[in-house]
Design a protein around this ligand. Structure first.
Ligand code: KG4
Ligand code: ZN
Length: 335
């Protein structure tokens, strides 16, 4: 593999239009994210049609800004990369079509990247992490444990039987009338709350899976009950109790998986990996000799740098570039 391999990557799977320039999979030369959060906030969540329209409006300038910030032009780019799924189809199509047009016009190879693999690859940025390792992916769309046996070999360990962890954070935030996205808001509120509410234990002993639907419904019912009885309650206490249970499940399942695979290296990924309580709890695994990796906060939630990092390791493993018939996919397999 050539040294100084530079990838221009694009991500538009949800509500961030993003472009990055990444060298050798680990060094970010520029990372531009145009967030639509303020647009979707008034609807309490992402409106797919509005997301794709805003991607269309933003994408050209986002790509130009990424090139400008890296001080680069087309001749400095070795390959292009784009998220092809999973995500909102209309939103993905904007990035995929833009990347295909660039690949055709610039005559560069194009790598279609799975968003999930992108989140995991965020851990390579600025770090010395190498496979094999276990990864805990916790985002708005997925909650899963995967074993990265090698850069191009992912083994499925466990996933959620219902909701994703981030989705539960968002729904609980909504019942507490907190703005979208809910995860950071719950975290903020929980800091001044006490874990006074008991949360349900959802797991069958020794089984390895995630489940967030029961926990979410429990909190929604609890808030309805407190409100209909006109009982005074503090949102902070609900947030703290929910966050503790949500994080506990992530950490407990990760411990079970580490015991099964025997891995001594762990990387956490996805939007929920920005959560400070989760990081503190995962950090405790260091006492048991586990090497722990987290992405930098700016690479936890959706960005294009992680897509560039994942694409680099596809090229590194001789995965052939995607044909220009590459299409967007709403879902992609976890592996
Ligand atoms: O990875 P991501 O940006 O998008 C998906 O691929 O889904 O994750 C977004 C999710 C949202 O559900 C958001 O509420 C959650 O990550 N999130 C957090 C935090 N920051 C973002 N959840 C808990 N604590 C946080 N600090
Ligand atoms: Zn994501």
């Amino acid at each position: 593999m050539k040294k100084n391999f530079v990838i221009l990557s694009i991500e538009s799977s949800c509500d961030e239009t993003a472009c990055a320039i990444v060298r050798d999979g680990r060094e970010v030369l520029s990372n531009v994210v145009a967030s639509q959060i303020d647009i979707h906030r008034r609807f309490g969540g992402v409106v797919p049609e509005i997301a794709s329209r805003n991607h269309s409006l933003a994408i050209e300038n986002v790509v130009k800004e990424a090139l400008y910030k890296a001080g680069m032009g087309k001749d400095d780019i070795d390959a292009l990369a784009v998220t092809y799924g999973a995500g909102l189809l209309g939103a993905l199509l904007v990035g995929v079509n833009f990347a295909k047009a660039l690949a055709y016009a610039w005559k560069k190879p194009l790598y279609g990247v799975s968003h999930i693999k992108g989140h995991i690859a965020a851990n390579y940025i600025g770090s010395d992490l190498t496979p094999p390792y276990l990864t805990l992916l916790a985002s708005g769309g997925h909650t899963a444990l995967l074993r990265i046996a090698d850069y191009d070999k992912t083994e499925y360990i466990a996933s959620s039987r219902d909701d994703a962890a981030g989705e539960a954070f968002d729904k609980v935030a909504r019942i507490l009338s907190l703005p979208y996205p809910g995860g950071p808001e719950i975290e903020k509120l929980a800091k001044s709350g006490n874990c006074i509410y008991e949360m349900p234990e959802v797991h069958i002993k020794d089984e390895l899976y995630f489940s967030y639907s029961g926990l979410k419904t429990h909190v929604i019912n609890l808030v309805h009950k407190l409100e209909s009885a006109s009982s005074p309650y503090k949102k902070e206490d609900i947030a703290a109790s929910f966050q503790k249970a949500a994080v506990e499940q992530l950490v407990d399942m990760t411990k079970r998986a580490l015991a099964i695979t025997g891995d001594k290296k762990l990387a956490i990924a996805g939007g929920v990996s920005a959560n400070a309580l989760l990081r503190r709890e995962v950090d405790k695994l260091k006492e048991q000799g586990v090497e722990v990796h987290y992405p930098k906060l700016c690479y936890c939630t959706d960005n294009a740098a992680m897509i560039g990092a994942a694409a680099y390791y596809m090229a590194y493993c001789n995965v052939p570039p995607s044909p220009l018939t590459l299409d967007a996919q709403a879902t992609v397999p976890l592996k």
